[in-house]
Design a protein around this ligand. Sequence first.
Ligand code: CTP
Length: 478
Amino acid sequence: MEINCTEKDLLILNKVATAAEVLGVETYLIGGFVRDKILGRSTKDADIVCAGDGIELARTAAKLFDPAPHMNYFKNFGTAHIKVNLSGNEVFDLEFVGARKESYNFNSRKPAVEPGTLEDDQKRRDFTINALAISLNKTDHGKLIDPFDGLKDLENKIIRTPLDPLQTFSDDPLRMMRAIRFATQLGFTIEERTLQAIKDDAHRINIISQERITDELNKIVASSKPSVGFDLLYKTGLLQIIFPQMVELVGAEYKEGHGHKDNFYHTLQVLDNLSQASDDLWLRWSAVLHDIAKPATKKFEDGHGWTFHGHEVVGGRMVPKIFGKLKLPQNEKMRFVRKMVEMHLRPISLTKENITDSAIRRLLFDAGEDFESLMMLCEADITSKNKQKVKRYLENFQFVRQRCKEVEENDHVRNWQPPIDGEKIMELFGLPPSKPVGILKNALKDAILDGDIPNSYAAAYDFLLSKAGEMGLKPINS
Ligand code: CTP
């Protein structure tokens, strides 16, 4: 089988082939490397399987590199890993394993391992497209070994398990998520029996660690059309188990002639729209979560219709809880997503006529360095099927962008800080960190953003003296 290897790939793989020859052990390339090479996708790691001791093969191969790379190995699993450093800080990971028959314990992922043939090893893999092997042996170098018609499935864009899908999934339930992730990343279809088995076995995802589940979820969010993955997760019943808040968005309700849109499919459309504009994983998570509190805030107001008042604030509060449950990072990434969810309606409110400079300044100040991300989210949030409406809404946002550009050029608000900060306020009035400090700080910020006082130290100082006086506070040096 001709696969399109780069010079670097060949350099590395030839060393593995040499090591295999020295040890006299049958050795094959297998898994994602073979799949991706045939598909013409980029690769930066390769799995090697041999009918013998994988650790010994890795050790022998490592010695052929100069300098010899460090090897990690797991004796219990018979696996080894070497990281080959290439020129220009590039690295290439090689994973070695001895071919094995494997059966998993039903209630955990810990496998019981026995040595086996190449075909035994191919059988225990997740999908036919990941079970393709290419020989690195002198006698038949480059030969494709494909007992499960993986090549045909690659051509027909099919995800299918090599064995009965219930067996393959019961060996490792994470594979149900992997099936959906590959279908999303590669634009493949999950074969009917395989899909049915995911529906039947969805509950078994519960034995998988949250970190591994979230890893797959992130790969779906990072793909070019994430809606495919979320829709499959929903239709197989997996989403209900791993992310129930999202399932609550499903459905449109009608009452007294008033309907609201299906917020699940709206969210997926926003996510796809945004994914065309940005690769930023966290901005994409903002799209996933922007309307997450609509079910919690939904009300029917007589004569008026459905409302979701405050869903952006309640949604913002849900972000840390959802990040906690999904074991997503509890750091500035989470704060960014929360900020985007909380602010996602702000630019819309500025699309009306007669918007003051002070309203524009306030948006620029609050969004700060995330202004562009926020505008991208808002533009992605337009999901009307009416082309005229979409055009009008986009023009409105263009107008907001233009106003923001003009105000920013004049006032430089985006990275602006008031001339007197909280520390200085405490010092001036001899205050400990406390509520009055926050009140004074906000009042000063508002006064400058509203254009009531100039943006200077002297004006800020006078303003604070008078405001503090109203609150019964005096500067300590008076
Ligand atoms: N594999 C498996 N079951 C799993 C995980 C992996 O059978 N739960 C097998 C597959 O043959 C897979 C190979 O191990 O191709 C390597 O796994 P991994 O590196 O996780 O996936 P890749 O297929 O290389 O794809 P990606 O790098 O996109 O995850």
